[in-house]
Design a protein around this ligand. Structure first.
Ligand SMILES: Nc1ncnc2c1ncn2[C@@H]1O[C@H](COP(=O)(O)OP(=O)(O)OP(=O)(O)O)[C@@H](O)[C@H]1O
Ligand SMILES: [Mg+2]
Length: 247
């Protein structure tokens, strides 16, 4: 099967700081792949490259057969419509209600939608994340875990085919961590989405992923199924799993 998303021979530096020397990763339709790696290794940058919020110095990034680095602005908007992102920190717009936060990408991308249609979608998504009665609240009324879930409702507002989760459980208590993990699994099962999860949290990684990829030494050091990663004798992988590298 051909990859749905492909990072191919990506090189990227910020000034003198080299982030990737030759990054390669194939992601298949319908899978959940988790990227693990130490702090500052370039996990978030990978997600930003896919959305072309940043550009690599060289290499190709394919999304459903198209190189997103070669397409024009209109086509890029088309790609971004198909991808939902839960940003690290999951920041909501503090001055907007929960409703307006979730509606935001709909106003952005579906200018022809009626108010009724937007309201219906917003309420549906708040239902999916288990916070149906929060539409009129302000972000400051919500706990950290609730904010993350509302940010997830916003990320799925446009029914994306791909969801990018950047540290979805970082800083959450076990209850909210479990809720988010269950939502990631549920969205994959119900809507057949393709997901890329970035996390430090190995327990979450093993719970939600079909495959894991370890970003180390400026490249993908290893990619495999959960079972393959568990059995791996790769020293870096072993250290990572046992928590000797990380944070
Ligand atoms: N826009 C930018 N301009 C300059 N440097 C950047 C930019 N974005 C990221 N970097 C640098 O690139 C490196 C990788 O950043 P990235 O955010 O991808 O790390 P990460 O693996 O997500 O780390 P963390 O686990 O702490 O979130 C870091 O050293 C970061 O400071
Ligand atoms: Mg990051």
């Amino acid at each position: 099967m051909d990859a749905f998303i492909r990072f191919q021979h990506i090189k990227k530096s910020f000034d003198e700081k080299v982030i990737y020397t030759d990054l390669n990763l194939d992601i298949f339709k319908g899978e959940t792949i988790t990227i693990i790696g130490g702090s500052g290794t370039g996990k978030s940058v990978m997600l930003k490259l896919l959305l072309v919020l940043l550009r690599p110095d060289s290499g190709e990034i394919f999304f459903d057969g198209e190189d997103v680095l070669k397409i024009d602005e209109d086509q890029l908007i088309g790609v971004r419509k198909r991808v939902g992102m839960l940003f690290q920190g999951g920041a909501l717009f503090d001055s907007m209600t929960v409703f307006d936060n979730v509606a935001y990408p709909l106003y952005e991308h579906f200018k022809d939608y009626s108010e009724e249609k937007i309201a219906k979608i917003v309420h549906e998504k708040l239902e999916v994340i288990g916070l149906p009665d929060t539409a009129d609240m302000m972000p400051s009324d919500l706990s950290g875990g609730m904010k993350k879930r509302v940010a997830l409702a916003r990320a799925i507002a446009t029914d994306p085919e791909v969801i990018l989760y950047d540290e979805p459980t970082t800083g959450l208590d076990p209850t909210n961590t479990n809720r988010i993990n269950d939502l990631i699994l549920d969205l994959q099962k119900r809507f057949k989405v393709t997901s890329i999860v970035v996390t430090h949290d190995m327990a979450s990684a093993f719970k939600v992923s079909d495959r894991l990829a370890l970003l180390y030494d400026k490249k993908i050091e290893l990619v495999g199924t959960k079972a393959e990663v568990e059995r791996s004798t790769n020293e870096v992988v072993r250290k990572f799993i046992s928590g000797q590298i990380g944070e």
